[in-house]
Design a protein around this ligand. Structure first.
Ligand code: HEM
Length: 429
């Protein structure tokens, strides 16, 4: 009953706050459908108002400028801990209907600030040593080959490779038995629902998925006590810094975070990236003619269609920055996707150009929480695009009207159907 009352109050408050934004001209008035089709137009309009826009409905500010986003993400006065904002915390609490809020009630490094964050990040970084990531290459190549082996000439790229591969790679990293890996994909899909504020059904599914995954991992880690393995969990179990180690609770939270942070994002890099290439045949041809451009093409995919579109921070003290006056506890929505199209930072920002020089996008974040898995993500994308372009002489997109997902934090295509023509004799680039 109490939750219902709080929910009603929050809904009314949001309605009023949106009206205020309309009146002040800081709500672009785009419909949800228009936003889904082209969020970049919305971000452009907002940036034209100011690189940092006051937003009542968002309980604070929206940041669309690149320099401004970077300055906020490396400033300790902007916290990642949601407990600073009562309103937003309760929107989530009500949406979850009394269930635990994923990544909040069982915190991970993503929601912590220094010094707790620094300590945890140092320990977890030990698992991300480059040599370990490199050692995964043959397995990722094998998995990619297996997923594409029998697909025929017409298939959906998302369900065939973009979605399963990153979940399989993380399950492989964690050493999960092959027969249980499908669970990881399901949990990961469900976990993204945690940020869809208008859909309590999906939010609750996310909470249940987190719970199920935690229980699985507790039993899994328990069953391996005293055994030695050469996987990521063992690296983390043995990780040590000045006599400090991860607790079991931290280890479990980190594994759940890795699945969520590493799967949904890499899926979108592959899906959105291929879609961008197919929409720009001149760029695709340029890449086919010179595969040395692949790394630069992947950076441009990341800039142009960031898988993770925005993040949040909370103001810990009254702060003035770039002409904005932030009050304590306000929410700051830092928009990577808006910042990546800032014309003060990128020439011709709406152009998809795989040879773009000086491509300093912030799709992997910036500052304290910059992505720990970016080497792995780039590595996976390199293998998949090499395989797709090496295997198929032609890839034709069948989507005339793409369907984009409803989650504003993660931009994705629900499917990407293609017709392919194999290279004669399966010639590889
Ligand atoms: C294309 C793929 C990826 C993208 C676009 C991406 C993007 C990001 C971004 C933007 C952040 C910072 C969030 C913030 O500041 O609030 C982040 C953090 C993080 N990412 Fe990634 N990520 C990707 C892949 C991965 C992979 C494959 C893993 C690991 C398996 C991973 C693990 C993490 C972790 C652990 C953090 C938290 C770091 C911290 O809090 O210090 N990510 N990622």
């Amino acid at each position: 009953m109490r939750l219902k009352l709080v929910g009603l109050f929050l809904q009314m408050a949001l309605f009023v706050l949106r009206k205020i934004d309309r009146l002040r001209g800081t709500n672009t008035g785009m419909s949800a459908e228009e936003f889904r089709m082209d969020p970049y137009e919305n971000f452009r309009r907002l940036r034209n108002i100011s690189p940092i826009v006051r937003s009542y409905a968002n309980q604070g500010w929206m940041v669309m400028g690149c320099r401004e986003a970077q300055d906020i993400l490396r400033d300790a006065r902007f916290s990642s801990d949601i407990h600073h904002n009562w309103f937003f915390l309760n929107v989530l609490r009500v949406g979850m209907g009394g269930r635990p809020i994923p990544f909040v009630d069982h915190p991970t490094m993503l929601g912590l600030d220094p010094p707790d964050h620094t300590r945890l990040r140092k320990l977890v970084s030990i698992g991300f040593v480059n040599s370990y990531i490199q050692s995964l290459a043959p397995r990722i190549e094998q998995l990619t080959d297996e997923l594409l082996k029998d697909v025929g000439t017409e298939f959906d790229v998302i369900s065939t490779i973009a979605r399963p591969l990153p979940a399989l790679v993380i399950a492989e990293m964690l050493g999960v038995p092959t027969g249980e890996r499908h669970l990881f994909q399901k949990w990961s899909d469900d976990l993204t629902g945690a940020t869809i504020l208008g859909r309590p059904d999906l939010m609750r599914k996310a909470s249940d998925a987190e719970q199920a995954m935690r229980e699985y991992l507790m039993a899994f880690i328990e069953s391996r006590t005293g055994q030695s393995h050469e996987d990521f969990i063992s690296l983390l179990l043995n990780a040590q810094q000045d006599d400090d180690r991860l607790t079991h609770e931290e280890l479990i939270g980190t594994c759940v975070l890795l699945l969520s942070a590493g799967h949904e994002t890499t899926t979108r890099l592959i899906g959105n990236g291929l879609y961008a290439l197919l929409q720009h045949p001149d760029q695709l041809q340029k890449l086919r003619d010179n595969m040395d451009l692949l790394d630069s093409a992947i950076e441009e995919m990341l800039r142009y269609e960031p898988p993770f579109q925005m993040t949040v921070r909370f103001v810990t003290e009254k702060t003035e920055l770039h002409d904005a006056r932030f009050s304590k506890n306000q929410l700051v929505l830092v928009c990577f996707a808006g910042a990546n199209r800032d014309p003060r930072q990128f020439d011709d920002p709406d152009k998809f150009d795989i040879t773009r020089a000086n491509n300093r996008h912030i799709s992997f974040g910036y500052g304290f929480h910059m992505c720990l898995g970016m080497t792995l993500a780039r590595f996976e994308a390199r293998i998949v695009f090499r395989e797709l372009l090496g295997r198929y002489a032609e890839i034709t997109c069948l989507e005339t009207q793409p369907t984009w997902g409803i989650n504003p934090f993660f931009r994705d295509l629900t499917h990407l159907n293609v017709i392919v023509l194999e290279h004669p004799g399966k010639h590889r680039i």
